[in-house]
Structure formats: C-alpha cells, structure tokens
Design a protein around this ligand. Structure first.
Ligand SMILES: [Mg+2]
Length: 88
C-alpha cells in the first residue's frame, strides 16, 4: 500500500482528533526514551529507533491532516540546516 493511501485509511478509520492525539503520544514516547537513555536507565537502541520511526510516521500523517505540502516542509528543513551550518 502506498504511503498516502495508508495514511488516508488510518485517518478514515480513527479520525483527525484521534490521529492528532496519537501524534502527541508518539512524540511523548520518543521524549521519554531519550530521557531514559540520558539518565542511564535501560533502553535499547532498538527501542529508540522504534520511537523515532513512530514519530516520523506520525509527522507524515500530521502533514497530511494539516495540509502541509512536502515542498513547504523540505524548504523549511533546508533553511534550518543552513542555519545550523552557519552556527558551527
Ligand atoms: Mg511509540
């Protein structure tokens, strides 16, 4: 199944509000995984990668829900990377 088709099905099944809740939930899970890692508690790289992927998938779904096109996203990403480079 193609990405947009998959995300459209998820949105149809669960609705916008639940998907936005899920987006927040996945961001929190990644935040907590990073905090566990930083505090020396037991968290595997696989756990962190899993949470990163969850966030990436929800970012993509969030873009669809909010109507953010990829051109806008990648333009902002390029600008942020240039800004980072200038700070170094
Ligand atoms: Mg997760």
């Amino acid at each position: 199944m193609k990405r947009n088709e998959l995300y459209k099905k998820a949105l149809t099944k669960w609705g916008e509000d639940k998907q936005l809740d899920k987006w927040e939930e996945e961001l929190t899970e990644l935040l907590l995984a990073i905090k566990r890692h930083r505090s020396g508690r037991d968290v595997s790289l696989e756990d962190i990668v899993s949470e990163m992927v969850d966030v990436e998938i929800m970012n993509e779904q969030g873009m669809n829900i909010l109507g953010i096109d990829q051109q806008m996203y990648y333009k902002a990403k390029r600008q942020k990377k240039v800004r980072l480079e200038k700070r170094l």
